[in-house]
Design a protein. Structure first.
Length: 424
């Protein structure tokens, strides 16, 4: 559905394009073309019997003045009005000749000026013409004492007053209405343009936010769980001939971690496609969203890498929003991965303290241990999203995150989640 005034504005633009193609690119040129057109039309009386050349010349002169109608609208109206009075003098009594230029000049004043000023000028012009008509009608009576103000003369004066009011008032009102309509159309177009621009900005922002969210999720899944798989595979390789039982446990851990990584990847990729029918074993056609209930599985998966993290949970669990629950899990996951990569073999403690006002997650690792897993090289060239991602996640749900070194040479990550985190 088109916006109000859209069709009229398109027609106006098409008309402007056509005039530009004819070389009428300026206001004066276009008004001069209008003046020539009106002059050609009003020149017709030259070929009518009984019409003097003076009258026809005055009509053409009226039209010529229109070339300045938008440059000097008041001056143009004054000149056209003066020529109209000249027509009243030159024409025979009772002819009442009016040129089209008079209505056009009044219309222009109404279109270009304020309502009050245009009505004042139109009223003054109507008064001037009416007075001139009365004076010109009274001159014969003044010259001939036998003539008196007859009823027909009075009727003609009244008709003149009514016609002047209609001509000047109607033309000025029409011009004013045209300007109001044009401004309304421009306002509607401006608002439509602003709305489209705002929609584009919001869409770009939403896409950027979604790309950032997807990058965080992919980073959490790939950089953490796949790195864990690499570490576990290295353990298997080193223990293959010495401890078959440890190899078996590591193989089980690799399988479990691999299934978890696959489920998380399906969860992330599922956000990129439309919802479909539920897949076997997965509610609603997707993987379960990681959260607090999966922290133990997360810790167990890292235990297979010889980190031996310790989980301490106190207090009654808080019912968080899904976003807050996922944030707690991802921050714990990132902190454990950082400890594994930067302090291999260090003691790691994960504390989750549930309080009335919310929950506090604190992951602390000591300094790196010489007993850490050797032979494992973690590619850190593409890291750097860890702390940034954790802070972004915390900020999105209204939580706070603090991270930094500890006096014992280790590192601590502390996430404080209020009870209302992530709720609209």
């Amino acid at each position: 559905m088109d916006e109000p005034g859209g069709s009229a504005d398109r027609q106006r633009r098409d008309w402007d394009s056509r005039l530009d193609a004819l070389g009428l690119t300026t206001t004066v040129r276009r008004d001069s073309a209008l003046a020539i057109l009106v002059a050609a039309i009003t020149a017709g009386p030259l070929f009518l019997p009984g019409i003097s050349a003076t009258v026809a010349g005055l009509l053409v002169a009226q039209a010529a003045v229109l070339s300045l109608r938008r440059v000097r609208p008041v001056w143009c109206l004054g000149a056209v009005l003066a020529l109209q009075i000249g027509l009243a003098v030159a024409a025979d009594p009772g002819e009442g000749i009016r040129g089209a230029a008079l209505a056009i000049a009044v219309y222009t004043c109404g279109a270009l000026m304020s309502k009050r000023r245009s009505l004042m000028i139109a009223g003054l012009a109507a008064f001037t013409e009416t007075v001139s008509f009365v004076v010109l009608s009274a001159i014969p009576a003044a010259l001939d004492s036998t003539l008196t103000a007859s009823p027909p003369m009075i009727s003609r004066i009244l008709v003149q007053i009514v016609l002047s009011a209609i001509l000047y008032g109607g033309a000025a009102a029409l011009g004013r209405n045209t300007t109001i309509r044009r401004r309304y159309t421009e306002m509607v177009e401006l608002r439509a343009t602003e709305a489209a621009e705002n929609l584009r900005v919001r869409t770009d922002a939403a896409l950027a936010a979604e790309r950032t969210r997807m990058a965080r999720e992919l980073h959490d899944v790939a950089a953490h769980q796949l790195t864990t798989l690499i570490v576990q595979a290295t353990v298997v390789e080193r223990m293959l001939d010495r401890d078959p039982e440890a190899v078996r446990r590591s193989a089980v851990a690799i399988r479990t971690e691999g299934k978890s990584a696959l489920q998380n990847l399906r969860l992330v990729v599922g956000a990129l496609r439309e919802a479909g029918p539920a897949e076997p074993g997965l509610p609603d056609g997707g993987a379960p969203v990681p959260g607090l209930v999966m922290i133990e599985n997360l810790v167990a998966g890292h235990a297979a890498t010889q980190m031996r993290p310790k989980l301490i949970v106190s207090g009654r669990p808080v019912e968080f929003s899904e976003a807050a629950d996922l944030t707690l899990y991802r921050v714990a996951q990132e902190a454990l991965s950082n400890a594994r990569d930067h302090a291999p073999g260090a003691a790691v403690t994960i504390k989750i303290d549930h309080r009335a006002e919310g929950s506090v997650l604190e992951v602390h690792n000591g300094p790196a241990s010489a007993r850490g897993v050797r032979g494992v090289r973690v590619d850190r060239r593409h890291r750097g999203f860890g702390l940034i991602g954790m802070r972004e996640r915390a900020g999105l749900i209204g939580a706070s995150l603090a991270a930094g070194p500890t006096p014992d040479g280790g590192w601590s990550v502390k996430l404080t989640i209020p009870r209302t985190a992530g709720r609209l």
